[in-house]
Design a protein around this ligand. Structure first.
Ligand code: ZN
Length: 192
């Protein structure tokens, strides 16, 4: 069994779409680590990341569909980072999601007069899917995508946004992956 990173650590990229992708590690490989093992896990994650979820209005989305969406987004992210062409099917699937998410988006104004984006007519997992799809869509079409990297640790493939001035960040987190990798390098350099 692989060491599981604490759930709380996944909220750190600054884009909820990337955070969502990071709910798995080593996607679809033998070292696969999964945080979403039930619909309740996804709801807990949403609650933790601050997505407000209303009761499901009947158009229930399954956990399998949620994970499928995440894998599509993961593949698109890698292509966006490397500037390579993604599979037509993945782009088509994501576009369908974007269309649906926009269809359920409304611009409202809160009590303080601030305009906000609000999702209407969707509850449960579907609601969460729309939130992550919209955020991720914005990200891959923005300049920030050039700052998105994949962790260089051999034990982690999380995506993160490198906010350093000289784009020198190698690990998703210095605390977790950085220290572990540094310790490993130190060990190898002193072993001789
Ligand atoms: Zn990492």
């Amino acid at each position: 069994m692989n060491e599981m990173k604490p759930f709380e650590l996944s909220k750190r990229t600054g884009n909820i779409g990337l955070d969502f992708i990071n709910s798995a590690n080593f996607h679809r490989t033998e070292n696969h680590q999964e945080w979403f093992n039930s619909e309740m896990d996804v709801m807990k994650w949403a609650d933790y990341t601050g997505i407000s979820v209303e009761e499901d209005s009947g158009s229930a989305m399954s956990l399998a569909e949620m994970i499928e969406l995440r894998e599509v987004m993961y593949r698109l992210a890698l292509h966006a980072i490397k500037r390579t062409i993604a599979a037509v099917d993945d782009r088509r699937t994501f576009n369908e999601w974007i269309k649906q998410a926009h269809k359920h988006t409304e611009v409202t104004q809160n009590e303080a007069g601030v305009f906000e984006k609000k999702l209407i007519g969707a509850g449960g997992l579907t609601n969460i899917a729309y939130v992550v799809v919209l955020a991720f869509g914005d990200l891959i079409m923005s300049k920030t995508i050039q700052k998105v990297k994949q962790c260089q640790s051999s034990r982690c493939e999380w995506l993160f946004i490198d906010q350093t001035k000289n784009q020198s960040k190698q690990w998703c987190s210095m605390k977790v992956c950085g220290n572990r990798e540094k310790a490993k390098r130190f060990y190898h350099s002193t072993k001789k």
